[in-house]
Design a protein around this ligand. Structure first.
Ligand code: PMP
Length: 388
């Protein structure tokens, strides 16, 4: 008889297929600004290369010139706590600390490691976590792993969060309260009101702010540090997480925080301790990009204009579009319809994929335009015209 594990796999996959939610790994070869998909070259509107740095050959050439076989180290060979704490890692953390004006910085293998590691390390049984309803799966998993109680507040609803914080402060005045949000939301492209969150932090006892800036680092702020820089709230964010795999065209993640918090994480954060450190060559490349980040203001400016133009095109079609950034959702509703729209746009030369549950709530399947400064104004105009 068939093993029940396989029987369940087969029936669940059949169910996903019937509802239009079956996923498969796309076979799409990446070119600098394009993707080769089913034999055709399509404009890439699905990557997170927001500034176009991954598509910029001259940057890679300049970085290559700094390497030799002796300095090209493709592996760290062990954890940070053994022999993996490379000079490249120490230098990168110093760069981050300096740029953010923070007490301390810590680099991780990925944003997923950061979010699933920091929250369980800092939130014990006496703490309570309050997370925006739409935070990324890695934050949800970090919350699940933490021993703290938790509650979700309605998306970007400061009044709802205030209500929860007031209740919690009354119930447990001495406990810690950790507010978790993204700054630019990955699927809606809208922004948290960081200043309002800072006011709440001041209003209630023992509140810490944990902000995931994965989609804002590089893209927002006068020097590209993210939305907290833009909002003037850097000093009030207790844990600011950023990732290197999106606008910074690299891999890995970081958090800036207090020196005390860094010492604590080095001693307790399982996804930092029990994993191999990032290879020095990747860390060096990230550092190379970060040192140039402030100089990409023209790309940030261009990208903002592109985001506004595509959001306007979606709205002109009569659809609500919450975007205030380079991430522009065209919310279609059913997964089948979203998949059909994506197929039409690919036929017109644009590489887009449907985003479906469980990545987004049921009934809000969408096309997610992930724009990049590497697009030309003409390409953006044509794309806007293709949204009809
Ligand atoms: N946080 C957010 C908001 C994200 O969108 C993502 C990735 N999509 C991550 C964290 C995870 O980062 P990484 O890809 O480096 O694991």
């Amino acid at each position: 008889m068939e093993n029940p594990v396989y029987a369940r796999m087969a029936s669940e996959l059949a169910r996903l297929k019937a509802s239009g939610n079956l996923r498969a790994l796309p076979v799409a070869e990446s070119r600098p600004r394009h993707v080769v998909f089913e034999g055709r070259e399509l404009l890439n509107l699905s990557s997170n290369d927001y500034l176009g740095l991954a598509a910029d050959l001259s940057l890679r050439e300049a970085f290559f010139a700094t390497l030799s076989p002796a300095t090209f180290l493709p592996t760290a060979s062990s954890s940070r706590l053994l022999t993996g704490n490379s000079a490249a890692c120490i230098q990168l953390e110093e760069t981050l600390r300096r740029l953010y004006g923070a007490e301390a910085a810590l680099v991780f293998g990925s944003g997923y490691h950061a979010n699933t590691g920091i929250l369980p390390a800092i939130a014990d049984r006496d703490a309570e976590i309050f997370a925006d309803k739409l935070v990324h799966a890695s934050l949800v998993d970090g919350i699940r792993l933490a021993q703290a109680r938790h509650a979700r507040f309605r998306h970007n609803d400061v009044a709802d969060l205030r209500r929860l914080l007031a209740e919690s402060s009354e119930r447990n005045p001495k406990g810690a309260r950790i507010v978790v949000t993204e700054s630019l939301f990955s699927m809606d492209g809208d922004a948290a009101d960081l200043r309002a969150l800072v006011s709440l932090k001041r209003e209630f006892p023992n509140v810490l702010l944990y902000v995931d800036e994965a989609h804002a680092v590089g893209v927002r702020g006068p020097t590209g540090l993210g939305l907290a820089e833009e909002a003037g709230t850097l000093a009030d964010v207790d844990f600011l997480v950023g990732t290197f795999g999106k606008a910074l065209a690299s891999t890995g993640a970081f958090a800036v925080m207090s020196g005390l918090a860094r010492d604590w994480l080095v001693n307790t954060m399982r996804t930092l301790i029990f994993t191999t450190a990032l290879p020095p060559v990747n860390l060096n490349w990230t550092n190379f990009i970060l040192e140039r980040l402030a100089s990409f203001a023209d790309r940030r400016e261009r990208l903002r204009g592109y985001g506004a133009a595509i959001a306007a095109a979606v709205r002109a079609r009569g659809c609500d579009c919450p975007s205030v950034s380079q991430i522009v959702p065209w919310i279609i509703g059913s997964s089948m319809d979203a998949a059909a729209r994506a197929q039409q746009l690919r036929a017109a030369g644009y590489y887009v994929l449907p985003v479906r549950p469980p990545t987004v709530p049921e009934g809000t399947s969408r096309i997610r335009f992930s724009l990049t400064a590497a697009l030309t104004p003409e390409e953006v105009t044509s794309l806007a015209a293709a949204i009809h």
